[in-house]
Design a protein around this ligand. Structure first.
Ligand SMILES: NC(=O)c1ccc[n+]([C@@H]2O[C@H](COP(=O)([O-])OP(=O)(O)OC[C@H]3O[C@@H](n4cnc5c(N)ncnc54)[C@H](OP(=O)(O)O)[C@@H]3O)[C@@H](O)[C@H]2O)c1
Length: 253
């Protein structure tokens, strides 16, 4: 039975990855900070699922060792855990903003580096990293988050190219808005932010992501509206994108 390790499995898109990969017959390792949520999810799933409570901002380097103690080989790593903060860079807490980089970038590198050698040896498996459309241009008022997702996207696409012919896959998943706990954690309401049009549910994100992974794609945007919107975005001059997003994202309070 193949094993998938999913970070950020306690909520939203990660929880949906767990449900859909369990239905596909994967054994699971579920990772996040909220242990009780992971344990409740593990009980509900129709497969063997191990819950590991781990703060990826500080404990990512130790995670591979903890998985090793379970005598499990990871065939699919889903780098999904992540968060953002909405507001002016100069007004947001600096330590929390640095934590975005540790969870959304550093932990992605650490975990990929830990599990990739085994996949390469077996010539099978892969890495799915949840980046974001937020990483496809600079994003005023989510400056650190947008930059962290640009890192995740570029890292994963580069990896995809390096892995050609190895039997191992790498896919960057770039959702637009998805209603999850993400918006509350990012402080959307406090900043007077609204959900953008074209939002899709987490189950659609994961269904389309796994379909792209099966096809060996490099990168994908789930949902037709945002897929088309990002095509337009790709041919729009950077200065125009920056000016438009500054207006769109400017905090209303
Ligand atoms: N929702 C959107 O609109 C959207 C759009 C594009 C991309 N994304 C990306 O999609 C991914 C999943 O987000 P979501 O929408 O499902 O948000 P969510 O419901 O808030 O889930 C985020 C997950 O990340 C985990 N996490 C956060 N900080 C962590 C840490 N320090 N250590 C370990 N786990 C941590 C959380 O678990 P604990 O709190 O239990 O630790 C939770 O399971 C993120 O990378 C996000 O940036 C989201």
């Amino acid at each position: 039975m193949p094993t998938a390790l999913i970070t950020g499995a306690s909520s939203g898109i990660g929880e949906e990855f767990a449900a859909q990969l369990a239905a596909r017959g994967h054994q699971l390792v579920l990772v996040a900070r909220r242990a009780e949520r992971l344990e409740r999810l593990a009980e509900r799933l129709p497969t063997t699922a191990h819950a590991i409570a781990c703060d990826l901002a500080t404990e990512a380097p130790a995670l591979a060792g903890r998985v090793g103690e379970l005598e499990i080989e990871v065939d699919l790593l889903v780098n999904n855990a992540g968060f953002g903060l909405r507001g002016r860079f100069s007004e947001l807490p600096l330590e929390r903003q640095a934590e975005i980089v540790r969870v959304n970038c550093e932990a992605v590198v650490t975990l990929t580096g830990a599990f990739l050698p085994g996949m390469l040896e077996r010539r099978s498996g892969g890495v799915i990293t949840v980046a974001s459309t937020a990483g496809m241009q600079p994003l005023p008022y989510e400056a650190v988050y947008g930059a962290s997702k640009a890192f995740a996207l570029n890292f994963t696409e580069a990896l995809h190219a390096e892995l050609r012919g190895s039997g191992v896959r790498a896919l960057a998943v770039n959702p637009g808005p998805v209603p999850t706990e993400w918006q509350r954690v990012a402080g959307y309401e406090e900043a007077g932010g609204e959900m953008m049009p074209g939002a899709i549910e987490a189950d659609q994100v994961v269904r389309e992501a796994l379909d792209s992974y099966d096809k060996g794609r490099r990168s994908m945007v789930p949902g037709r509206f945002f897929r088309n919107f990002m095509r337009l975005n790709a041919v729009t001059p950077r200065a125009v994108k920056l000016a438009v997003s500054e207006r769109l994202y400017r905090p209303k309070r």
